[in-house]
Ligand binder design. Structure first.
Ligand code: ADP
Ligand code: MG
Length: 689
């Protein structure tokens, strides 16, 4: 069942509001109900005025001492006055809320909720929210949703619309149960209807976790059932592209400035056994950031080309595709062997494109590297024998499949840095063989980490300057691209670059990069950095995946508190790629002890999975929406770390179900099949980043 009804059919949502919601990807009633809150607020009982609460968001019960005074300052209307709790006098200031005029009169009592500050012993508060006792009492029940918004759209409008949609329009009743009773019992799940609405308006934290569990289950069973339906390809399919080992690869290995690690050698052996064997390869290489997966992929492509076949490698971003292309091209040039290699991305000009299409269909191009442009309709290959996806967790299933459909059962090699335990890989990637690259090159020194507050910034800049003096380079990461209303304490790339230029020596060359820039501009900036023509690159998380500049030895991450640990781990993976000692500096602007403890986990381990587990222990169940891991598989709510036991259990359940009823004909199971069909669209489509 899908509910495609336009959101405009809901009372209170007109053209304008619908426009804002559309911007957030919410078009239908179903989208709205699935637009999960980013976090929740709990309205606490009013508290006594005291310095201990200064700077925190708190509610106070106070009465107005005298009518407020209102004046105009340009376009601004400002109201000031005093309120009291019987002992303390507090000055309040309001901006542009003329409708409060009638309320803020002598003797009136309200609950004021805001951040109190104390200046020279005087209490002050700006722009608190005002509630009557009854209004506030109603709020104190349950948790209230906080949604991701866009300019012009208020949280209240979203929550009110969800409420209307669920109760007044009764769309909730359309969310019928599709699971067999025994599954509901076995997994201890609440009803779907309860979960769909409860995720927006949970009664308490326990209720929230049970709603979350149910919705995660729904997502996971869809995903796992879908994978099964796709992986029906018999495990032992005969290969049409049987290769032989040639002299080229050993020659390239000789030329490399390093020796492969044992894990790399094993992975390469696995792959070569597959490629020279009788059956089609379907293999995943798992290896943490910086473990050296790329060279393995390159060698596989070279073997393929040397056997007279074609190989294609797909990267999730243009930046990464360009980088891989440049590196492999260099390597091929060094061998002195003529192997046709090309780059194909969304940026490739139409005249170049024509030449590349021709080269691919005629077979003069043996190796092609690119983005999803590689599998567009117009591209046809003459003998595509090997398809590689780098950072494969960034692609939807359809994208991965589309490329492999360009040929008759080509060999498939996927590479992922997702640090997940083997038990989980078996369920998630059940149809793939696995090679793990566990150990990093022995020449690498472990990264030195520190978690500091903003007062350390000056020292950090000095440290970066000294690294640059020694010939190294640095990254600085900011969460935002540009200044954003309501997020004044969050650093943005554009302003930060200016600040940094002022703070640092003028000979230090600083550039910035972010995802909103045109691809060709981004490539140029990245190239400058890779070639050592820039010293400091200020960036958003666009550099999070794959980028490899071995000379960069420092990464400074501003507002580290805003990132998931897995994401921070990926970010720090940008450094420590060469032999020099590297450093990551996490700036924690939260001023919060618990947050500091969370970030310090990064000091204790370099194992991505352990980090994620520790993160969860600290956060606790109530915090599940606090800071999410960067999503590896595009789940809206499920999380491969948090739900990893459930994933394994669902895998077992499906094994049992399928072994009893391989066609899923049982009417009890039809619901699961139908639910999968209705909901798998989000896993199939490309997840843009
Ligand atoms: P990832 O696994 O994150 O994709 P890369 O393949 O980009 O990592 O490798 C990171 C860096 O390590 C690259 O600069 C690469 O040249 C280098 N590298 C790869 N293998 C080795 C090795 N065996 N010894 C030393 N350096 C290596
Ligand atoms: Mg990589």
């Amino acid at each position: 069942m899908r509910i495609f009804e336009d959101i405009k059919s809901i009372k209170g949502i007109g053209e304008k509001t619908a426009g804002y919601l559309n911007k957030l990807g919410v078009f239908s009633v179903e989208d709205l109900l699935n637009y999960y809150p980013r976090s929740y607020v709990k309205y606490e009982e009013p508290t006594a005025v005291s310095c201990d609460c200064c700077g925190m968001l708190k509610a106070y019960r106070l009465f107005v001492l005298d009518d407020f005074k209102w004046k105009k300052a340009g376009k601004l209307s400002i109201g000031t006055g005093y309120v009291s709790d019987g002992t303390n006098r507090i000055m309040l200031t309001f901006f542009n809320v003329p409708y409060y005029k009638g309320r803020l009169t002598k003797g009136a009592t309200y609950i004021f909720r805001g951040k109190m500050i104390s200046e020279n012993g005087r209490y002050k508060m700006e722009q608190p929210q005002i509630y009557t006792d009854k209004e506030y009492n109603d709020l104190c029940v349950g948790l209230w949703p906080v949604y991701r918004l866009t300019k012009g759209l208020s949280n209240k409008v979203v929550s009110r619309s969800v409420e209307r949609c669920a109760y007044e329009n009764d769309y909730i009743s359309l969310f019928k149960e599709y699971l067999p009773d025994d599954a509901i019992k076995r997994f201890g799940l609440c009803s779907r209807q309860d979960a769909v609405i409860g995720i927006h308006f949970p009664k308490d934290e326990d209720h929230l976790s049970s709603c979350r569990k149910r919705l995660s289950f729904d997502e996971l069973i869809t995903f796992l059932t879908m994978i099964r339906s796709f992986s029906q390809r018999s495990e032992a399919e005969k290969s049409s592209y049987v290769m032989i080992e040639t002299a080229l690869v050993p020659r390239v290995l000789e030329m490399l400035p390093f020796e492969l690690t044992d894990d790399q050698k094993n992975a390469l052996k696995d792959i070569f056994n597959d490629l020279t064997g009788e059956y089609v390869m379907n293999r995943l290489i798992q290896g943490d950031v910086g473990s050296g997966k790329t060279i393995i992929a390159f060698l596989a492509m070279l073997l393929c080309a040397d056997n007279g076949f074609q190989a294609a490698m797909m990267a999730p971003t243009e930046l990464l595709a360009v980088m891989h292309f440049n590196n492999l091209k260099k390597l091929i040039e060094q061998t002195g062997i003529g192997i046709g290699i090309a780059l194909l991305t969304g940026q490739t000009s139409s005249s170049d494109r024509k030449i590349i299409y021709k080269g691919l269909s005629e077979g003069t191009i043996s190796i092609i590297i690119g983005t999803q442009a590689l599998f567009q309709d117009k591209v046809s290959y003459s003998k595509l024998a090997l398809v590689i996806t780098d950072e494969q967790h960034r692609f939807g299933v359809r994208q991965r499949q589309a490329l492999s459909l360009k040929s008759d059962s080509p060999h498939i090699l996927a590479m992922s840095a997702t640090p997940i335990p083997r038990t989980l890989s078996i369920v998630l990637y059940r149809d793939m063989s696995l090679s793990v690259i566990k150990n990093k090159p022995s020449s690498r020194l472990p990264i030195k980490n520190c978690v500091v507050d903003t007062s350390y910034r000056k020292k950090a800049y000095e440290f970066i300057a000294s690294e640059i003096k020694n010939g190294h380079q640095a990254y600085v990461i900011c969460p935002l691209v540009e200044r954003s209303e309501g997020l004044e304490n969050v650093e943005n790339v554009i302003d930060y670059t200016e600040k940094l230029k002022e703070a640092m020596d003028p000979d230090i060359r600083i550039e910035y990069i972010h995802g909103k820039m045109k691809d060709n501009v981004k490539n140029q900036i990245m190239e400058n950095f890779a070639n050592g023509n820039t010293d400091v690159l200020v960036s958003t998380t666009v550099i999070e995946v794959g980028i490899d500049v071995a000379n960069a030895t420092v990464i400074l991450i501003e507002n580290a508190e805003r990132f998931g640990l897995a994401q921070l781990h990926q970010l720090r993976g940008r450094i420590g790629r060469g032999n020099a000692q590297s450093y990551s500096i996490f700036i924690d602007s939260s001023g919060n002890k618990k947050e500091n403890r969370r970030l310090n986990i990064l000091n204790s381990s370099n194992d991505g999975f352990k980090i994620a587990e520790e993160d969860l222990k600290i956060r606790g169940a109530g915090d599940v929406f606090g800071i999410r891991q960067s999503g590896y598989i595009p789940f809206d709510i499920a999380d491969i770390y948090e739900d990893h036991e459930m994933i394994i259990e669902i895998g077992d359940y499906l094994d049992e179900v399928y072994s009893k009823d391989p066609e899923m004909n049982d009417p009890e199971l039809a619901g699961i099949v139908e639910h999968t069909r209705d909901n798998m669209h989000k896993f199939i489509d490309f997840k843009t980043i």
